[in-house]
Design a protein around this ligand. Structure first.
Ligand code: HEM
Ligand code: HEM
Length: 198
């Protein structure tokens, strides 16, 4: 193998920006799911004296940080037409998605990497889903009662919106990590996405 062959082999499949974005979003959403299992959002007595109340504080601040990573992701998507076609192929081409479905039907998985296809479409839908969580969560943050007052109408209306799609978020997380495990067991180059250096 000559020098240029080995350089191609070592090149990471994802651009560095995509890897940092994924690290921020994946860590953030995973922590949000975990904190949501035990936190008590008790705003009427929010003295943060107990562990579960502190967990709610974590949920709020990690949620806002995740929202910033998502904003960065959307700005990138807005400025890149190939990325828009990859994640949201509404106007086509749909061929890569059909090809992946056909391959899956015959028990074959496409190699990992950022390219149009079924996985990219599901990643796009996942991005929309967690952006909804981040948006509604950010609204909640700004309407949290201060100084022991009762929750207002905006908060009471937005909380059900924040909770409405939680089962889909869990489904996405389990499916996504499940596919990661399948690729990993097949020894595909899936770990590249976690390498943050050059
Ligand atoms: C719910 C939290 C997560 C979200 C919203 C999320 C979102 C995404 C998105 C949007 C992509 C496409 C990235 C790109 O092509 O630029 C992606 C790819 C990927 N994610 Fe996640 N991720 C999450 C959690 C995780 C976790 C916990 C793992 C590992 C255990 C993981 C492993 C991967 C891998 C291996 C890929 C590459 C898949 C491919 O080749 O297409 N993700 N994820
Ligand atoms: C990416 C960002 C976020 C994700 C993925 C997320 C996820 C979740 C999940 C999974 C739940 C559990 C819902 C249930 O058990 O039915 C939840 C509840 C909640 N979240 Fe978030 N969250 C995010 C951001 C935020 C932010 C920024 C805030 C602001 C304070 C927030 C406030 C709340 C509250 C108040 C609840 C509890 C509702 C209740 O049990 O009455 N979230 N969130």
């Amino acid at each position: 193998m000559n020098d240029s062959d080995s350089a191609v082999k070592q090149q990471n499949l994802w651009p560095q920006e995509a890897r940092w974005l994924h690290a921020g979003i994946a860590t953030g959403v995973t922590l949000q799911l975990l904190t949501s299992l035990w936190m008590t959002p008790d705003w009427q007595h929010a003295d943060y004296a107990g562990f579960t109340q502190v967990l709610f504080s974590f949920h709020a601040w990690i949620g806002l940080t995740t929202a910033l990573f998502l904003l960065w992701q959307w700005l990138w998507i807005a400025t890149s037409a190939p990325m828009r076609r990859q994640f949201f192929p509404w106007r086509g081409p749909w061929q890569p998605v059909w090809d992946d479905l056909r391959a899956l039907y015959h028990g074959r998985l496409r190699r990992p990497g950022p390219a149009p296809g079924l996985a990219a479409l599901i990643h796009g839908l996942g991005l929309l889903l967690i952006s909804w969580m981040a948006l509604t969560g950010t609204v909640i943050f700004f309407f949290l009662p201060q100084g022991g007052t009762s929750p207002g109408a905006v908060l009471l209306n937005v909380i059900p919106l924040h909770k409405a799609l939680v089962y889909l978020v869990w489904t996405y997380w389990i499916g996504h990590v499940g596919m990661f495990c399948v690729h990993w067991l097949r020894r595909d180059r899936i770990l590249d996405i976690f390498r943050l250096g050059n």
